[in-house]
Design a protein around this ligand. Structure first.
Ligand code: ZN
Length: 232
């Protein structure tokens, strides 16, 4: 049983299925894109598309996830076009909005989003399931908040649902983690580049519950700037 799409793509079953498919359909080892016919130079560049798209509901159905009749070898360009990534369509743009605490990430998203967009924000997820006010985050709910967040990110990855654009808000100080997530989601990275002294000044004057957790948030800010590594 796979509980996420990512788990499926990391599985041995999928890796084996993928390599078999490429071997079977590539006489003399020459791999072709089954959409546009272009030669794909290295097998690592061959994308395998599911004709009936993979979702959390059908990923454990072998007739869909591992069925060769549901699979097509694709070059990167055709793959991105099919999944409407990287400006091939106005729909379904995905943004990862990241930066230090109190940088103004939520404000940025509010100013740039539209009705019908999906927004994933940890603080708001705590509100949703704790029924407490913003920034009052009961530790006891941590794992459930993570689980909800993971489900939403999987929804975004598989383009499940009818949302228009997606916004994922987080610290994402680590370049490696950030880049990997962006690649997995076909997302654009947006850094909210607020200097540390401004973040701290905002913390000092903020009126929400963070006001009562100043020492914790000061540490969060310090940690972000220590950990942050700029894009390579
Ligand atoms: Zn192609």
């Amino acid at each position: 049983m796979w509980s996420t799409i990512k788990q499926f793509y990391n599985s041995q079953e999928w890796q084996k299925c993928r390599l078999n498919l490429i071997a079977e359909r590539s006489p003399k080892g020459i791999i072709h894109c089954e959409y546009c016919g272009k030669i794909i130079v290295s097998s690592g560049d061959a994308e395998i598309d599911h004709i009936k798209e993979l979702t959390l509901d059908n990923v454990n159905d072998y007739n869909i996830s591992l069925n060769p009749n549901n699979l097509k070898i694709s070059c990167k360009a055709c793959h991105n076009k099919k999944h409407k990534r990287f400006g091939n369509s106005k729909e379904h743009n995905v943004y990862i909005v990241y930066g230090p605490p109190l940088a103004g990430k939520k404000t940025y998203v509010k100013e740039n989003m539209e009705r019908g967009d999906i927004v994933v924000d940890m603080d708001r997820l705590y509100n949703a399931i704790s029924f407490f006010d913003a920034y009052d985050k009961p530790e006891a709910l941590k794992y459930n908040v993570f689980a909800v967040r993971k489900t939403l990110i999987d929804n975004i990855k598989t383009r499940y649902g009818k949302w228009n654009n997606a916004w994922i808000i987080g610290g994402y100080a680590d370049t490696h983690d950030r880049t990997r997530l962006a690649n997995e989601l076909g997302a654009e990275l947006v850094l909210i580049d607020t200097p540390k002294d401004i973040c701290i000044k905002r913390l000092d004057t903020c009126l929400d519950l963070r006001h009562y957790q100043k020492s914790e948030y000061k540490i969060f800010i310090d940690e972000w700037f220590e950990k942050y590594s700029p894009p390579i």
